[in-house]
Write a protein of this length. Structure first.
Length: 301
């Protein structure tokens, strides 16, 4: 745990050869992060860093320092009340976290995945050039409207059960954690280009020793009912002055190719990579190509 911005942020550092277990102090984490640091923000709301260990581990084994972050309200990080878990809070946490860990701006490459992309964009907007040296957006969305568009897409393409599940999620009305998980299970296949890529229990084997508490139901419901409605990038994308890479799956129903093109066209000088055989999770469906895009952009051979 790293104290930052009045909360405790859980981080999982990956380094050469394996996960850097046993980093019990801030000094230990700080000393493990050398050179360029890929700072990874997970999807959600309700997710955590664990599904990202396996697809990103080969980059660490190549020598790239990676810092997986549990956003406030998620995973093992502090869980303040939902109204204190806005994108702005999370962006400020990130700045404070990197300052505590003494990761200088020129060493920071911020990778925001899905929901984490919204945090990364908010961070880049608030921090400006002082925030990071590279910005990577993966399956990111441009506004809160993407969730409603996705639910409509599910209604048109999925089964009636999947349509009801999608509406349960985006309306923030799951009454229990079990109801939320059931809805997520129903719609999960629609996130993939190929349903054979759906994860199994072994996909978290690299972090099996991490006892992570259940998803934060109150936060998930609050986000969809209230929190997301403040998110819109129209006013600030053109002001982002950081080298940016936009990555998207060609079959992504949430962070759609159209949204990826809009992000890349709106952020000055942004590059774009699309993955032909991926949905919302190219890091799972085309991991080799995904890692190659990251390597090329951060300059790590």
């Amino acid at each position: 745990m790293v104290p930052a911005n009045g909360v405790e942020i859980h981080v999982h550092a990956l380094g050469t050869g394996a996960a850097l277990e046993g980093l019990a102090t801030v000094d230990a984490v700080r000393s493990a992060l050398t050179g360029t640091v890929l700072v990874v923000l997970h999807g959600g709301p309700g997710g955590d860093h664990r599904p990202l260990v396996e697809p990103l581990m080969p980059l660490a084994e190549d020598g790239l320092a990676i810092l997986l972050v549990d956003l406030r309200g998620h995973g093992l990080s502090s869980r303040p009340k939902p109204t204190e878990c806005t994108l702005q809070h999370m962006a400020d946490d990130l700045e404070a976290l990197l300052d505590v860990l003494e990761v200088a701006t020129e060493r920071r490459a911020i990778l925001g995945i899905s929901f984490g992309g919204s945090v990364a964009l908010t961070f880049a907007h608030r921090a400006g050039q002082a925030g990071c040296a590279r910005l990577l957006l993966s399956s990111a969305v441009t506004s809160h409207q993407a969730d409603d568009d996705w639910a409509e897409w599910v209604a048109a393409r999925g089964t009636p059960e999947q349509a009801r599940a999608a509406r349960t999620i985006v309306s923030g009305c799951a009454e229990t954690l079990e109801a939320l998980r059931a809805a997520q299970r129903l719609v999960r296949p629609l996130y993939y280009f190929d349903a054979e890529h759906l994860p199994g229990p072994s996909d978290l084997s690299l972090c099996a020793d991490e006892a992570v508490p259940p998803e934060n139901l109150d936060l998930v419901n609050w986000w969809y009912r209230h929190g997301r409605h403040a998110y819109c990038t129209d006013a600030f994308l053109a002001a982002i002055d950081v080298p940016t890479l936009v990555m998207a799956g060609c079959a992504d129903p949430l962070g759609t190719p159209a949204q990826a093109r809009r992000l890349a066209a709106s952020i000055p000088g942004a590059q774009q990579v699309q993955f032909a055989r991926s949905g919302h999770l190219p890091q799972v469906e085309e991991p080799d190509a995904y890692r190659a895009a990251i390597r090329a952009f951060v300059g790590h051979a």
